[in-house]
Structures are given as structure tokens and as C-alpha cells.
Design a protein around this ligand. Structure first.
Ligand SMILES: Cc1cc2nc3c(=O)[nH]c(=O)nc-3n(C[C@H](O)[C@H](O)[C@H](O)COP(=O)(O)OP(=O)(O)OC[C@H]3O[C@@H](n4cnc5c(N)ncnc54)[C@H](O)[C@@H]3O)c2cc1C
Length: 296
């Protein structure tokens, strides 16, 4: 699709690296899980093979995914935007859904506190960090349904001088971890960033705390010993809408049509965090099937 639509992307490949032999069983589990999901191109690399591929990375063993890649997300959104418009969609910006009222078998949607209203049979609530609020505005009890979102900030640091990497490099995920661990990411310009970490926050505040430099360095130097603490600088951050709170067991995101809860035609997508971008097309197809089966 990226090739057809001229969306900049690159199959960088990804390395998941085991720092020592205690971490290698986890690599095997990841490979098994990948195979169960139809990904059959993962291979193990010895320390020597890894050195040849990424001379600056130190690890006992690695799992290599050749088909992992990176994409220009803005170009992807632009492409979806154009495709939707050419298919007849009207897209409006700066328009907050502030009310949802059932009305003769339809829903009346109030926008920007009543600036305008329209009626619809189907609502797809994919409001990201505010999806719980939109569900609540429709009348759903988000605590009873387990839809209340928690904000989990992910900060990044960059390094200067930057290590020379050509693959994404991930540590083995630890069991108690909320995210995937501080990994090395690449952008299409070849810039390396480390992150994201995980920090539950109360507000949507995106400043990257310089004080985290030490924790980042501790994580990064396990697989990239060439990176010195003084090389790391705060970069950007993002915030995940999480259904799982601190210390809670893992919870996957929710995609559901709410007829059973008394809201026919309301489709809620709650807690769409990573890999929401990677999975955006399958998610859209799934939602499209939900809409189709509701309307038919
Ligand atoms: C630090 C970080 C790293 C990530 N890395 C990856 C990764 O490597 N791979 C991956 O696949 N995913 C990754 N993700 C996750 C990915 O970014 C998300 O899953 C994805 O962006 C979710 O898309 P969305 O459309 O559901 O939500 P969003 O992109 O948040 O869009 C929600 C939209 O709803 C709008 N909205 C909100 N409230 C209202 C309202 N009341 N009325 C009208 N509109 C409203 C917002 O303005 C916004 O446009 C990462 C996320 C973070 C934070």
C-alpha cells in the first residue's frame, strides 16, 4: 500500500536483543507467538552475526525480524484523508463532540457545545485519549463497563553523538513492564531516538523531564555501551490511553458495538494504544464489518 500510494517508509528490520542467557527463553517465546500469528520470517542471530549486522550493539543473542519497518505517519494520515474524501466522506476539524442524544432510533450529535448538530444511525467513537469521555457523553457508565482511561506518558531521549544503527533495537520485554522497554528507534532521516518509557500521569502534559536521563542511560547502555550518559538529551513525548492502571494485569484495547448495552449503532474503540498505528488497517476493516452487520 505504501508503494502504491507513495507513502515514505523503510523496512529497517528489527532486532530484539537478549543481554544474557537468562533472557534467551523469552526470545523463543516471542518467536513462537509470532508464528502463532502468522509471522514466519523471524530468525535467531548469534553474537557474531549480530556484531556483523550492528557493530555497536552488544548482546548475547538476538531475534531478527526482517519485515519490521518504519513509516511517515503524517503521509499515511494524509493518504487516508484524501482516500476518504474522494470516497465521499466529509472531514471536519476543530469540532468537539460535546453531546450525543438518542433521537427516534438515531443519535443527535452536538458539536462544540451546540455550534451545530447532526443526526446519524452509526457512531464510531475513536476519540483516542478522550474516547472514554465520548462514550460517557453518550450515556455509557464508563466505570461499570471498565472504559475509564488512564494516561501513560512515553518520553524519548536522543543522543549526540548518535550511535550508528540501521535497525530498530529492542531489549527483551520484562514481565512486569507496562511498555516494550526503552528501545532504539529510527526515523526516515536515520535519526536515532530512545524510548518510550512509561509514566502514569494525571494531565496531558508533554514536557520531557531531563532528570530521566540517568534511567534512560541505564536501559540503553545494556545494549549500546557506546552511548554515554552525557550524550543523552530530552526529545519528544507522547501519551497513551491505557485501560490498565499501574500494577494492573495486562488489558487489551476494546472494540465493540454497543447494542447489548442499549446503544445500538454506537461502536466504541477504547484504549487504542500501540500497536494501534501498525494495526490501523485491520482495525478499520474490523470496524467496517461491525458497521456492515449492524446496518444489514
Ligand atoms: C509514545 C508512543 C509511541 C507509540 N508507538 C507506536 C508504535 O511504534 N507503533 C504503533 O502501532 N503504535 C504506536 N503508538 C500508538 C499509536 O500512536 C496509537 O495507537 C494511534 O495513534 C491511535 O490512533 P487513534 O486514531 O485511535 O487515536 P488518535 O490518533 O489519538 O486520534 C483521536 C482523534 O480523536 C479526536 N477527538 C478526541 N476527542 C474528541 C471529541 N470529543 N470530539 C471529536 N474528536 C475528538 C482527536 O482530536 C484525534 O484527532 C504509540 C503511542 C505513543 C503515545
Amino acid at each position: 500500500m505504501c508503494e502504491q500510494r507513495d507513502i515514505p517508509h523503510r523496512k529497517t528490520g528489527k532486532l530484539i536483543v537478549a543481554a544474557d542467557d537468562t533472557e534467551t527463553p523469552e526470545l523463543s517465546k516471542i518467536r513462537q507467538r509470532a508464528e502463532m500469528n502468522g509471522i514466519d520470517d523471524l530468525s535467531f542471530l548469534s553474537r557474531k552475526q549480530l556484531r556483523a549486522m550492528e557493530p555497536e550493539v552488544r548482546a548475547h543473542e538476538a531475534l531478527f525480524s526482517p519485515s519490521t519497518g518504519i513509516i511517515d505517519t503524517h503521509a499515511l494520515m494524509q493518504s487516508f484523508f484524501i482516500k476518504a474524501q474522494s470516497g465521499g466522506a466529509t472531514i471536519v476539524f476543530h469540532s468537539d463532540v460535546t453531546g450525543i442524544h438518542p433521537c427516534n432510533g438515531l443519535y443527535e450529535i452536538e458539536v462544540n457545545q451546540g455550534e451545530y448538530r447532526f443526526r446519524t444511525r452509526v457512531i464510531i467513537n475513536c476519540a483516542g485519549l478522550h474516547a472514554d469521555r465520548v462514550a460517557s457523553v453518550a450515556g455509557i457508565d464508563i466505570d461499570e463497563r471498565g472504559y475509564r482511561l488512564m494516561y501513560c506518558k512515553g518520553s524519548y531521549f536522543s543522543a549526540s553523538p548518535s550511535p550508528k544503527l540501521s535497525h530498530l533495537v529492542y531489549p527483551v520485554p520484562q514481565e512486569e513492564q507496562v511498555g516494550l522497554g526503552i528501545h532504539a528507534t529510527l526515523d526516515l532521516a536515520g535519526r536515532v531516538r530512545f524510548g518510550p518509557d512509561t509514566e502514569y500521569v494525571g494531565d496531558l502534559e508533554y514536557t520531557v523531564d531531563e532528570e530521566k536521563g540517568d534511567a534512560f542511560w541505564q536501559s540503553v547502555q545494556r545494549y549500546l555501551p557506546c552511548v554515554q550518559k552525557q550524550h543523552l538529551h530530552p526529545d519528544t513525548s507522547g501519551i497513551r490511553p491505557k485501560l490498565q492502571g499501574p500494577g494492573d494485569p495486562y488489558r487489551d484495547f476494546v472494540i465493540t458495538e454497543e447494542s447489548a448495552a442499549g446503544y445500538p449503532g454506537l461502536i466504541n474503540l477504547i484504549g487504542i494504544e500501540s500497536p494501534g498505528l501498525t494495526s490501523c488497517i485491520p482495525i478499520a476493516r474490523y470496524v467496517s464489518r461491525l458497521v456492515g452487520s449492524y446496518l444489514n
